[in-house]
Design a protein around this ligand. Structure first.
Ligand SMILES: NC(=O)c1ccc[n+]([C@@H]2O[C@H](COP(=O)([O-])OP(=O)(O)OC[C@H]3O[C@@H](n4cnc5c(N)ncnc54)[C@H](O)[C@@H]3O)[C@@H](O)[C@H]2O)c1
Length: 447
């Protein structure tokens, strides 16, 4: 019997220990017993991994995990068979065995020997991939942004909680030294009272213009579109480029906002339970790149209002910031000091722009190793799904404000919009294309 089969589900545990005995357990004790039952037997146990979505970031994550001796990649799944051979060859070379190959991820999830799933599909698929994964009793390394809209994000978070699964989100910046050092500095209070955060990303991407055609034979386009709206196949709107198409992505506000706003929210919070905006306004549109098939805004300027603590955040998608990094998060203090952090560095400036001394600490654990350790210990990972759900929702609130033209309001306790503003946007909710259905998981937590 392998480790997975050794695990006790709640029902099995009730059967084995006797319903009466379990009924006498106080909820905390019952939960502790379940946690113990979910724990892998020993730190040396192998974690068997399956991949949903090959070729891109799914493959990059797979390679990171294959660097650890307690991992075995056993299965690959993609709806485009041309994306599989590269990953297949790497896995076969590493383990001397051919991985199983699937087109339908639900078949892969039926396998009892798989412990964890990499969700590396485009954003419009994350909710179904992840919810079905946790319902199948598997942990997940799920790519960011966690969802295509707010309702999906809340359902995903609740599903993972309900099924007691470990989910690490691919916001790996949370596990790199420049960002952890910068966050520690802000949280220490050395910068002073922070009243303003700024985050931005430069965007000049063109996906070109092509006419609709029949999809290639190696791609199951109907499956690729999945729950999104069916639209004619265009070769420039699928792999990688889907993020600049609002039917399948959220533009750079979700693609990079979830990285850069995440750092601002972490800096302004005590722990992974993040400060959330109460009101968001946004303006923008596709104004710079008009002769192109993309429909994601290339200009966005959003203002997010936070209370407790009181601060403002601006989020910008724009062509460039001359003399500044193309992506960045800044914290600005009431007395004019600025901390600026980007991939590769961070700096603290006084009100006159003079660099101030910084403090460094030990490098954080590797993001992928952290997930493996959490699968074994059942600890919360560094980018726990519930936490990155908050950042993802902050990004969707920007798009909800932009597309509705309204001030959207967020109720952090109810995990929902206040009133009607923003509800009719795709950033809040979308109709699922049949036969796909979003499983119902309602929030029951209070923040
Ligand atoms: N963390 C990071 O720094 C980072 C970097 C890049 C991408 N990403 C994220 O990774 C995810 C994938 O992005 P990408 O650029 O690799 O996309 P991609 O289009 O290159 O790859 C996605 C793959 O998933 C496959 N796919 C689509 N639907 C599927 C389904 N239902 N079942 C199985 N396979 C399916 C596609 O055919 C494709 O091969 C996105 O969520 C993206 O935001 C994260």
């Amino acid at each position: 019997m392998n480790d997975r089969e050794n695990e006790l589900t709640r029902r099995q545990m009730l059967q084995r220990t006797g319903a009466a005995a379990a009924a006498m357990m106080v909820p905390g004790a019952l939960q502790a017993a379940q946690d113990e039952a979910l724990r892998k037997k020993s730190p040396n146990d192998t974690i068997v991994i399956g991949v949903i979505g090959c070729g891109g970031m799914g493959a990059a994550n797979m390679r990171s995990f294959m660097g650890y001796s307690d991992v075995e990649v056993a299965a690959l799944c993609d709806v485009d068979e041309s994306r599989i051979p590269g990953d297949f060859a790497e896995v076969e070379k590493k383990y001397g065995r051919k991985p199983a190959v699937y087109r339908d991820y639900r078949k892969m999830l039926e396998r009892k020997d798989i412990d964890a799933i990499i969700v590396g599909s485009p954003d419009h698929w994350h909710a179904l991939n992840l919810i079905h994964t946790v319902e199948a009793g598997k942990d997940s390394y799920c790519e960011k942004p966690i969802s295509h809209n707010i309702v999906e994000a809340v359902a995903m978070m609740e599903a993972a909680k309900r099924h007691r699964r470990v989910v690490q989100v691919g916001t790996w910046q949370r596990s790199t030294k420049e960002f952890t050092d910068a966050i520690a500095y802000v949280r220490s209070g050395k910068l002073g009272k922070i009243t303003h955060c700024r985050a931005w990303i430069a965007d000049g991407t063109r996906i070109g213009k092509v006419k609709p055609t029949d999809p290639p034979k190696h791609l199951d386009y109907d499956f690729w579109i999945g729950p999104a709206k069916m639209v004619p196949y265009q070769s420039n709107k699928v792999h990688w480029n889907w993020r600049w198409v609002m039917n399948t992505g959220g533009g750079l506000t979700t693609d990079w906002g979830v990285h850069m706003m995440d750092i601002a929210l972490l800096g302004m919070s005590k722990d992974q339970d993040l400060a959330m905006p109460t009101e968001v306004v946004a303006y923008g549109g596709q104004w710079a790149i008009t002769d192109d098939d993309r429909d994601a805004p290339d200009c966005t300027e959003a203002l997010l209002r936070f209370r407790n603590p009181d601060f403002l955040m601006t989020w910008s998608v724009l062509r460039d910031h001359p003399g500044k990094p193309g992506h960045c998060t800044e914290f600005v203090s009431a007395d004019g000091k600025t901390l600026r952090v980007w991939r590769g560095g961070w700096t603290v400036l006084d009100a006159d722009g003079k660099e101030l001394p910084r403090e460094e600490s030990a490098a954080p654990p590797n993001h992928w190793r952290d997930f493996l350790d959490c699968v074994k210990s059942r600890r919360k990972p560094r980018a726990d799904l519930a936490s990155v759900a908050q950042t993802t929702i902050a990004c969707h609130l920007v798009n909800a404000a932009l597309y509705s033209g309204e001030t959207v309001q967020w109720d952090a306790k109810r995990w929902d919009l206040v009133g009607k503003a923003g509800r009719n946007t795709m950033a809040y909710q979308r109709p699922y294309r049949k036969p796909w259905v979003l499983p119902v998981y309602r929030p029951n937590s209070s923040k």
